[in-house]
Ligand binder design. Structure first.
Ligand SMILES: NC(=O)c1ccc[n+]([C@@H]2O[C@H](COP(=O)([O-])OP(=O)(O)OC[C@H]3O[C@@H](n4cnc5c(N)ncnc54)[C@H](OP(=O)(O)O)[C@@H]3O)[C@@H](O)[C@H]2O)c1
Length: 329
C-alpha cells in the first residue's frame, strides 16, 4: 500500500485507511466475525489505519477494534476520538465534551477499551462551543507529553479553530467529510490545512455508500439504518441525487472498475495530503476499495466529475439540522 504523510511532520500512514464505525452502528446489522476478518485483511493489505471513536456505540466499536488488534498492535495505527457527546459517551455532570478535565478521562477509557498503552492518532470528534479550543487542545497536548497519545486530530473544526489549535500543539490532520457530493471543505478548511501543513482524513469518501450506486432507493437500507434520518437520503432528495450518479457509472464502465472505486480515486486524486478512510464491514468491499489506489483518473475525467458534482449540488444537508450546528465551529 502506498503511503501518505499525516501532516508536514507527521507519521507515514497508508494512502487509504479503514473506517470502523459502520461495523458497530449506523449501517445495517453488525457482524463482528466478518468485521474482525475485515480489519485483519486491512492489516494484510497495508491499509492498517483503523479509525474509530468512543462515540460509536458508546465504546462498543473501540472494544471491537481492541479485540481485532490483539497480538497485532505493532502492525496497526489506531485513530480514535472523543467529545461527540451527542452520540453518547457519558460525560460527568458539570463537564462537557471538550472540557480539559474530561479529556484525560475519555482517553483513559479509550486506552482500556482498545487494550493499548498508546493511541497513535487522537481526535476531538466535535469542537465544544462552550470551551476555548486552546483549553481542549492544551489537555490533549498533556496526553502527548504523558505518552498516552502520539498525534492530534480535530474533526469537523472550522478554519479559525484550526489555526488557534495549531498554535497550542501541531495538529496532524483534520478528519472531516469529503467526497464528490460533500465538497464544501474546498472553500475554507482544506485551504487552511494546506496553509498550516495539516493533512486531511476524508471521512465518508463514498458518500455514506451513496456514491457506490448501490443505494438508489430507501429499500436498499434496513428499517433501523441511520441514513434514513439523513436529509440527503430523504425519498425526494435521493431521487434528485440519483441523477448525479450517471457520470460516475459511465466512467466506471469505461474504466472497467466499480463506481465506488471511481469515487475513491477522485478523492485520492485531490492531493497527496488527503487520506480517505472508507468504511466497510466486509472483506469484499475492503479489497475493492484498496484496489481503487490503482484506478488512475485522467485530468479530463477528474474535471468531468467536478463539473457533474459542483459544490452545493447535493439535495439535502449531510446531517439532520440539530447535528449540523456542531459542524465547522
Ligand atoms: N469524524 C466524524 O465525525 C465521522 C463521521 C462519520 C464517519 N466517520 C469515519 O469515517 C468512516 C467512513 O465513513 P462512513 O462509513 O460513514 O461512509 P463511507 O465510507 O462513505 O460509506 C460506507 C458505506 O459504504 C458501503 N461500502 C463501502 N465500500 C463499498 C463498496 N466497495 N461497494 C459498495 N458499498 C460499499 C458500506 O457498506 P457496509 O457497511 O455494508 O460494508 C457502508 O454502508 C467511518 O467508518 C468512521 O470511522 C467519521
Amino acid at each position: 500500500m502506498q503511503k501518505r504523510k499525516l501532516g508536514k511532520n507527521g507519521p507515514d500512514v497508508p494512502a487509504l485507511g479503514l473506517g470502523c464505525m459502520g461495523m458497530s452502528i449506523s449501517y445495517g446489522e453488525p457482524n463482528d466475525e466478518e468485521s474482525i476478518a475485515t480489519m485483519h485483511r486491512a492489516i494484510e493489505l497495508g491499509a492498517n489505519l483503523l479509525v474509530t471513536s468512543d462515540a460509536y456505540g458508546s465504546g462498543v466499536n473501540e472494544e471491537l477494534v481492541g479485540k481485532a488488534i490483539k497480538g497485532r498492535r505493532d502492525k496497526v495505527l489506531i485513530g480514535t476520538k472523543f467529545g461527540n457527546v451527542g452520540l453518547g459517551g457519558g460525560v460527568p455532570e458539570g463537564l462537557s465534551g471538550g472540557h480539559p478535565d474530561y479529556v484525560p478521562m475519555a482517553c483513559d477509557k479509550s486506552l482500556k477499551r482498545l487494550g493499548v498503552d498508546v493511541i497513535d492518532i487522537y481526535g476531538l470528534h466535535r469542537v465544544d462551543a462552550k470551551v476555548p479550543i486552546e483549553d481542549t487542545v492544551g489537555a490533549m497536548k498533556r496526553l502527548v507529553e504523558q505518552g498516552k497519545v502520539r498525534h492530534l486530530v480535530l474533526s469537523e473544526a472550522g478554519p479559525d479553530t484550526l489555526r488557534r489549535a495549531h498554535k497550542v500543539h501541531p495538529i496532524a490532520a483534520v478528519e472531516t467529510e469529503y467526497s464528490l457530493w460533500s465538497r464544501d471543505v474546498e472553500n475554507d478548511v482544506l485551504p487552511a490545512c494546506r496553509e498550516l501543513g495539516i493533512a486531511f482524513m476524508a471521512y465518508a469518501p463514498l458518500g455514506r455508500g451513496f456514491l457506490t450506486a448501490t443505494i438508489k432507493t430507501l429499500d436498499a437500507l434496513l428499517p433501523k439504518d441511520r441514513r434514513r434520518d439523513h436529509p440527503r437520503f430523504d425519498p425526494e432528495n435521493i431521487k434528485k441525487n440519483n441523477e448525479l450518479l450517471k457520470t460516475i457509472e459511465d466512467i466506471a464502465a469505461a474504466k472497467q472498475c466499480t463506481p465506488a472505486q471511481v469515487a475513491l480515486a477522485w478523492v485520492l486524486a485531490q492531493g497527496e495530503d488527503i487520506i480517505p478512510i472508507p468504511g466497510t464491514k466486509r472483506r469484499k468491499y475492503l479489497e475493492q476499495n484498496c484496489a481503487a489506489i490503482d484506478v488512475k483518473l485522467s485530468s479530463a475525467e477528474i474535471e468531468t466529475l467536478k463539473k457533474a458534482f459542483p459544490l452545493g449540488v447535493t439535495a439535502g444537508t449531510r446531517y439532520p439540522e440539530k447535528q449540523m450546528k456542531a459542524l465547522g465551529i
